[in-house]
Every structure is written in structure tokens, then in C-alpha cells.
Design a protein around this ligand. Structure first.
Ligand code: GTP
Ligand code: MG
Length: 350
């Protein structure tokens, strides 16, 4: 059938999806493509024993309406906890960073626009956020994007902490916010109102009570009993990736379990490569990154998509084979969604 279509192939050669469709059609069959093929390329999960699981830092996303103070809050936290005492202090923008608080505990913040973190990542089945901070300006109302953020957190079953921001402003009315939250459907009842959602009045601009907010994050994290095994080959999720003129492809990864090291062979989505360098958000070299630690890696052969899962393979050839199979399957899957290829088009391409 292939020959009659003008496609020269051998018996054991894989066919492109559109060719498959045409060939099947010749014999009166319809082909259904299944995502299961893609999943099959993910190796079996190792099982962690109870003793191997150690506490890990919570991964926190900040969401809220435009101008309610998300960036100010993240900036304040980063400034006081990351840059302080560091030489230089020039912070590159990276999609995630880990802060060490005065009490030695750590929190990882995702600095991507909150909605993306939820929609793009969740669309790929990657749940990376443990806790969502919903920032609401006390001189404003519970706005459409506030509601959307709350809905995202609820849909993902991620606990929220409400940061009632801008309380330094003379026209701030935190009670108005608490009241409007209680009027949502379903209602969001903060602790002062007898509910179980933690809330904290803050001023992100001046830093007032941001430390108390972070304590509440840690309290929430404790209740979640977040654990992971650092003693295994790393896997996690791609936060962002791009092509850097001088350094090649750079990808920021959040390690979820295991420990990522320089020299590891990584497969991320349909890309792969040996980790040449691991960097933190200040561009400083790391030798390794454990659970909940974000790191920017150099050495991939392309830019994977945000939300792609990544995994370290002990055997480089196995990793390569899996990356190639993924690429092929993804190509076929994407063709499936394109319009049906005609015979002429097929002939032209070949
Ligand atoms: P988008 O990224 O555009 O959605 O906004 P955002 O939520 O990141 O808000 P951003 O942090 O950029 O703050 C918006 C404005 O509010 C800026 O002018 C801030 O200086 C101001 N602002 C943020 N937090 C506070 C605060 O606690 N008090 C006061 N007075 N102003 C604040
Ligand atoms: Mg912002």
C-alpha cells in the first residue's frame, strides 16, 4: 500500500501519523491515536520507603488581581532573604527561587505569573504548587482575577493563604475583603471569621508582617507533611526554558524528588542532554539540587516546554532512546490534530 502511495519504506520502519492514516484507509480501517503510547515512555516509578522520605520545602505560588501587589511581595521576600549579605546582588529573572528564612527554614517561590503556573502546568499533569498565596489589595475589592485565582487553587486542591495587602494605605479596609471573601460561592472563610483559611494583613511595599505571612506558610506546610526522597535520581518539572546567546539552551527545573547533579543525563519532554552546569537564581554554580530546589541547567539540546516533566537516566543511551521516542510520538500526536493530509500533499512532501 505504501509503494502504491509512492512512499518508499522498509518493513520495519516506523511511519508518520499521516501516512498511517492513509495506509489504514486503503484497507478500510480508521486509526485512533492514543496518549497511552506517550505515557509508556515514562519509566516505572521507583517506590520510596518510609525512612527514605525527608521533609522538603513547600513550593508556593503567588496569585492575585492586577496591581494588588504580587511582584512587590515576591521582591520584598527575595530582597530580604536572598540578596541580603550576598556580594553583587544582581538578581536575574528566573522562574523560581528558594529562600532561607531567619529560622533556617526554606520556602520555594514560583515567580511565574500565577495563572500560568496553574493552567500550563496542570494541562500537562504537573502539579507543582503546594500552597497558593492569594494577594488582595485592602484598598480595592475581591476582583475577577482574585476569584479566578481562588478557583484555580480550589480546583487543584491547593491550600490558600490570603495576604490582605496595602494595609498601610489610609483607605485600606481589610474587613471589607474578609466580608467579600465570605460572600463567594463557595465562601472563603478566613480564620478571624471562624473559617479555616489562614489570612494575614501585610504591606508588601514596606514589608510589614511579611514575616508573619511566611510563618503561616510554614505552618500550612507542616500540616501538609511534605516529604521526598533525596537519595535517588532526580525528577521534576520544567519551569521555563529558553535559548541564551552565550550559553545555549537554559532550562529552569524544579526538582521534586531525588537530587540533580552536574553530569547527570536528563530527559526533559522531548529534549535531552548531560547537565553541564547547575545554577541558582543568582547565576552561582551549584553542585546539586535536592527536592523542592529550583535550578537552572545548561546542556540540553533544546528548550523543553514549561510543565514538561524531566527525569535523570543512569544510562545515557536509554535516556536518548526515550527522548527520541517521545519526540516521534509527540510529532505524531500533533499531526493528528492538524487537518487530514491529502494524497497530493503526501506525494509532494516525499
Ligand atoms: P501585576 O504584575 O501588574 O499584576 O501587579 P502586581 O500584583 O505584581 O502588583 P505590584 O507589586 O506591581 O504593585 C502594584 C502597585 O501597588 C505598585 O505601584 C506598588 O508599589 C503598589 N503596592 C504594592 N504593595 C503595596 C503596599 O503594600 N502598600 C502600598 N501603599 N502600595 C503597594
Ligand atoms: Mg507583577
Amino acid at each position: 500500500a505504501c509503494f502504491s502511495l509512492g512512499v518508499m519504506v522498509t518493513m520495519n520502519q516506523r511511519l508518520e501519523a499521516d501516512t498511517l492514516l492513509l495506509v489504514a484507509d486503503e484497507f478500510g480501517y480508521k486509526i485512533e491515536f492514543s496518549d497511552a503510547d506517550l505515557e509508556e515512555t515514562d519509566a516505572e516509578e521507583e517506590v520510596d520507603t518510609e525512612e527514605s522520605l525527608l521533609q522538603r520545602a513547600p513550593v508556593v505560588t503567588v496569585m492575585g488581581h492586577v496591581d494588588h501587589g504580587k511582584t512587590s511581595l515576591l521582591d520584598y521576600i527575595r530582597k530580604t532573604n536572598v540578596i541580603a549579605g550576598e556580594s553583587g546582588g544582581i538578581t536575574q529573572h528566573i522562574g523560581a527561587y528558594n529562600v532561607k528564612l531567619e529560622n533556617g527554614q526554606r520556602i520555594t517561590f514560583l515567580d511565574t505569573p500565577g495563572h500560568e503556573a496553574f493552567t500550563a502546568m496542570r494541562a500537562r499533569g504537573a502539579q507543582i504548587t503546594d500552597i497558593a498565596i492569594i494577594v488582595i489589595a485592602a484598598d480595592d475589592d475581591v476582583m475577577p482575577q482574585t476569584k479566578e485565582a481562588i478557583a484555580h487553587a480550589q480546583a487543584a486542591q491547593v491550600p490558600m493563604i490570603i495576604a490582605i495587602n496595602k494595609v498601610d494605605k489610609p483607605n485600606a479596609n481589610p474587613d471589607n475583603i474578609r466580608q467579600q471573601l465570605s460572600g463567594l460561592n463557595p465562601p472563603v472563610l478566613v480564620e478571624e471569621w471562624g473559617g479555616n483559611v489562614q489570612a494575614q494583613e501585610i504591606s508588601a511595599k514596606f514589608g510589614n508582617n511579611v514575616d508573619v505571612l511566611l510563618e503561616k506558610v510554614l505552618l500550612q506546610a507542616e500540616m501538609l507533611e511534605l516529604k521526598a526522597n533525596p537519595e535517588r535520581s532526580a525528577n521534576g518539572v520544567v519551569i521555563e526554558a529558553s535559548l541564551d546567546k552565550g550559553r545555549g539552551y537554559v532550562a529552569t527545573m524544579l526538582v521534586q524528588t531525588g537530587t540533580l547533579r552536574v553530569g547527570d543525563y536528563v530527559v526533559a519532554g522531548k529534549n535531552h542532554g548531560k547537565v553541564k552546569a547547575l545554577l541558582d537564581e543568582r547565576g552561582k554554580n551549584l553542585t546539586e539540587a535536592g527536592p523542592s530546589i529550583p535550578a537552572t541547567i545548561l546542556g540540553l539540546d533544546g528548550a523543553p516546554t514549561a510543565g514538561d516533566k524531566f527525569r535523570v537516566y543512569a544510562d545515557e543511551s536509554e535516556g536518548k532512546a526515550i527522548a527520541n521516542k517521545r519526540e516521534q510520538l509527540q510529532r505524531e500526536l500533533s499531526i493528528r490534530t492538524k487537518k487530514h493530509t491529502t494524497l497530493e500533499e503526501l506525494g509532494r512532501r516525499i
